[in-house]
Every structure is written in C-alpha cells, then in structure tokens.
Design a protein around this ligand. Structure first.
Ligand SMILES: *Cc1c(COP(=O)(O)O)cnc(C)c1O
Length: 258
C-alpha cells in the first residue's frame, strides 16, 4: 500500500490522491537542481487542496528547510499542529492591516513586509513580545502586486528596517521578490526583474542589511533558470507533487547566483 494524502470534496465528485513518496522524490530532484540554495516548499491554500500538513511533512523529510504560505493563519496552523520539527522555518506573505503579527512573532514565523505600515505593525508586536521579529522585505521588481516599489519607497523601507534592526526589534532574515512570467522562457520581463532584484538587494546590503536568504525563484524558475536561484528557491506543491514524465531530465546548469 502506498502512503497518500487524500482530500475529498463533498459530495465526493472528485478526489485527489497525492503520492507522498513521489512528492519526496520530486523535492529531492528539485534540491539537486538548485544545489546552492535552500528549498522552501510552498503549501498555500491547504497545499493547493492537497493537504498542507502532510505535504509539508513530506517536503521537510526530503530536505525542505522552509515552508511558505500566503496567509498568516495558514502559517500559524502549520507551526501549531503539523508535527513539524521546531527548526523548520515558516514564511507567510499575505498581510492586511491589523493582522496577527503578535501571534506570528511568538510562533517565530518569517513575515513578509512590503511597506512602512507593515513594518510599524510588526515592530509594535515585537516590542510587546520582547523578542525580535523575523522580517523579510519584499521588493516589487515588476510583478506589480504586493511589494515595495524601487526608488524612494525602497530606500525608506530599507532605512527604517535597518533602524528597527539596530534597536533589536526585528531581524531582517530575507530580501525577496516574485516573478510575473517565469513560465514563459525568454520573456523579457525575466531579465528585467532579475536586474532590478540585484539592484534592490545590493542597495539593502550597502545599507547594512545581512539577509540569510535572497530569493525570487518560483517553480518554473527553479526548473529552468539557475541564475535566479540565489540562496533559496520556492517551488509550489503542485510542482513537487506531480510525477515527472519518465523522459524528464534536469536542464543543463550554467553557473549560479553567487
Ligand atoms: C504560489 C507562490 C509560489 C509558487 O508558485 P508557482 O508560481 O506555482 O511556482 C512561490 N512564491 C510565492 C510568493 C507564491 O505565492
């Protein structure tokens, strides 16, 4: 009998059976494709309906050291009840004003911050918690959704984050962004976003930030664009849960991000 995670719709018109052994094998394959980078398994939206907790556990067993969700609620649920090792890092990025920042700080989540409003809310929570929040600054490199704009906005956010870090309220653990069209090989936005990401991370590092991880690669970028791997790659669980075609072979690699 194979080990599976099953999610059933009600009434049972459709059923997805996720082969966790295949998921583990695919996570290992993806790690081999990005040997210099850590792997974050993205298990948002209940692991795309595949069951976030079993998929997260399987990914971690296969070497994922990070998990990613969209909402803080999903991330808190993973931390509280998925039976994961304590040192697994869990990141979430879909914040709204008044969100559960304090719970996130207490649960040692890595939280995405795209603007000053979010930085203010997370530093207030850290002050109450009495220990630093793990913050990852999100750069909008061209997606046009949920990130800090380059230029003045970025300069100000980086400056304020650095100040909060020197005050011991936050630790800037990451600098990150998201591709718009990485699934269209050769799309001109890919190179443009990558250039902007390099500029924005370089500026932040000049200002004294020392992120553990810089990351921009989603599933297609993990598979086909080694120059985008930086310190961490973020393939999603549909990518890790599907069974590769028998003829599938990793594309040739040519150099890495740093
Ligand atoms: C959903 C998501 C991913 C993975 O998505 P794919 O494009 O399907 O690989 C990676 N990073 C973020 C921020 C996401 O929201």
């Amino acid at each position: 009998m194979s080990e599976t995670a099953a999610q059933r719709t009600a009434p049972a018109r459709a059923r997805a059976e996720i082969d966790l052994a295949a998921l583990r094998a695919n996570v290992r394959t993806l790690r081999a494709l990005a040997p210099g980078a850590a792997l974050m398994a993205v298990v948002k939206a209940d692991g795309y309906g595949h069951g976030a907790a079993p998929c997260a556990r399987a990914a971690v067993e296969a070497g994922a050291t990070w998990l990613g969700t969209a909402t803080p609620e999903e991330a808190l649920a993973l931390r509280a009840g998925a039976g994961l090792p304590d040192d697994v890092r869990i990141m979430c990025w879909l914040w709204t004003p008044g969100g559960p920042w304090r719970e996130a700080v207490d649960a040692r989540l890595d939280v995405s911050v795209s603007g000053l409003w979010a930085l203010e809310e997370v530093t207030a929570a850290a002050r109450l918690a009495g220990h630093p929040a793990r913050v990852q600054l999100k750069a909008d490199t061209g997606l046009g959704r949920n990130g800090c704009q380059p230029g003045e906005d970025w300069f100000r956010l980086v400056g304020e984050a650095r100040r909060a870090e020197t005050e011991g309220l936050i630790r800037v653990t990451g600098l990150w962004s998201h591709f718009a069209c990485a699934d269209e090989p050769g799309h001109p936005s890919i190179a443009a976003q990558l250039t902007r990401f390099r500029e924005m991370t370089a500026y932040a590092e000049e200002q004294g930030l020392r992120p553990e991880v810089r990351h921009i690669a989603n599933s297609p970028a993990t598979l086909t664009l080694p120059e985008t791997h930086f310190d961490l790659v973020r393939p999603a669980s549909p990518c890790t849960a599907c069974r590769p075609a028998p003829s599938w072979a990793p594309p040739p690699t040519s150099g890495s991000a740093r």
